[in-house]
Design a protein around this ligand. Structure first.
Ligand code: UGA
Length: 428
């Protein structure tokens, strides 16, 4: 099939390369010229383990190409919308890229005589496809949905760091359709991939994405809250998590207590759902608490340091890890970066090291932090060490000998660590 993908960001590019490697001919449309050039040279503009090779193979075999020209949609049978849906300052969803792309796709549909299917893969608040995207497509194409063109929703469930793996081995495939034929086109895209397929109406599919991310966030805040109580009782929350995990209704995933969840999805989607519910006249007590508990973990980390060191002014604090999770260079909404910022505000002299995320961290905190070229340099001559991202290289015990250590990610085994350093865990 000829496929066009709008948006060459994380979701768009990985989806495009996955479909291209399944034998489809894929065009990525992105307004950022640098990104387009980089993709066409086979150089990945995103960091994702192993993805560079997949992308360069697709380019070499001429099954994937990028452009900033919307006219190229005309050569495709399908358009996947993969543009970003960031937060506005009040937490609501910013639909400006969605609206712009719907208008541009609409203009092209107006010029096309063959049938076309639009598939919304971006994360959008329930109701957006019917109330915003379809009206824009119809207005700018002067065509009728379900008659002249079709539309379906296919939310993505790709974790950064294992996005391709998530695409090819999904836990489920969600297809939102208001017309059977539109959903059939999505199902065809996944031919050969084995997973339960759930076909629903469009708005339900949009909600499934939010409910999934909200549930994951809830699991994390739940175990962090239990962990905060455990710590006061001298209990190790990781033993508690293991104990509850054998109940198949609970399971063992996403129960790693620590300094909280970050990234470009969980915090933003939680806020957007809270905001959208409020607009509907419903107060999401649980989801607001999930968000509050998460924000508090950052404060808790700094409070632990203050309890030991007193006033942080001029204290030399080493931060290990800045990315929102290991194996990524992404610092968006990273708890680590929030902790580092708070330490700086309190007057601490912060030295930091992260194997990948320092260039991105420098865009947020440039002169305020001294960035070190390796972990050894970062930990040398400091009053304490905070471990904020669980990179495997931070498991090296020799980094911590004789130091005061605050572990926000359970990088060290507390039992062993207490023998060689002054060790405290955030929830254990
Ligand atoms: C998340 C979801 O996991 C994906 O299913 C979804 O498709 C994606 O958002 C999206 O909406 O696009 P991602 O943002 O890559 O994926 O990150 P996760 O792996 O879910 O981790 C999120 C945060 O939770 C990280 O900061 C991580 O450190 C934290 N976390 C995770 C914990 O603190 N404890 C855990 O047990 C698990």
């Amino acid at each position: 099939m000829g496929i066009s993908v709008i948006g060459g960001g994380y979701v768009g590019l990985v989806t495009a390369a996955a479909l291209a490697s399944k034998g489809h001919s894929v065009i990525v449309v992105d307004t950022d010229e640098g990104r387009v050039n980089s993709i066409n040279r086979g150089k990945s503009p995103i960091f994702e383990e192993g993805f560079g090779d997949v992308l360069s193979d697709c380019i070499r075999h001429n099954c994937l190409r990028a452009t900033n020209n919307y006219h190229e949609i005309l050569t495709a049978d399908i358009t996947l919308v993969c543009v970003g849906t960031p937060s506005n300052s009040d937490g609501s969803i910013d639909l400006s890229s969605i609206t712009e792309s719907a208008k541009d796709i609409g203009k092209m549909l107006g010029k096309k005589s063959e049938h076309h299917t639009v598939i919304v893969r971006s994360t959008v608040i329930p109701g957006t496809t019917r109330e915003v995207i379809i009206p824009a497509l119809e207005e700018y194409s002067r065509k009728k949905v379900h008659v002249d063109f079709d539309i379906a929703v296919n939310p993505e469930f790709m974790q950064e760091g294992k996005a391709l793996q998530c695409f090819f081995n999904p836990d489920r495939i969600i297809i939102g359709e208001d017309k059977r034929a539109a959903g059939d086109v999505v199902e065809e895209l996944y031919e050969g991939i084995s997973a339960p397929i759930v076909r629903t109406d469009i708005t339900t599919a949009e909600m499934i994405k939010y409910a999934s991310n909200a549930f994951l966030a809830t699991k994390i805040s739940f175990i962090n809250e239990i962990g905060n109580v455990c710590r006061k009782l001298g209990i190790d929350v990781y033993d508690v998590a293991k104990g509850i995990s054998f109940d198949y209704r609970i399971g063992d995933r996403f129960l790693n207590a620590g300094v909280g969840f970050g990234g470009s999805c969980l915090p933003k989607d939680l806020r957007a759902l809270i905001h959208a519910s409020r607009k509907l006249g419903y107060h999401t007590h649980l989801l607001e608490s999930v968000s509050d508990v998460n924000e508090n973990q950052v404060l808790k980390m700094v409070q632990m340091v203050e309890q030991k060191l007193g006033n942080l002014r001029s204290k030399k604090v080493c931060v290990l890890g800045l990315a929102f999770k290991p194996n990524t260079d992404d610092v968006r909404n990273a708890s680590a970066l929030k902790v580092a910022k708070l330490l700086v505000e309190k007057g601490a002299v912060v030295r930091a090291y992260d194997p990948l995320a320092m260039p991105n961290a420098k865009r947020v905190l440039s002169r305020e932090i001294k960035y070190c070229s390796n972990a050894e340099e970062a930990v040398s001559d400091c009053d304490c060490i905070l471990v904020l991202t669980e990179w495997s290289e931070f498991k090296d015990e020799s980094l911590y000998y004789g130091k005061m250590v605050f572990d926000g990610r359970r990088v060290l085994d507390p039992g062993k660590a207490r023998a060689f350093c002054d060790y405290q865990g955030i929830c254990w």
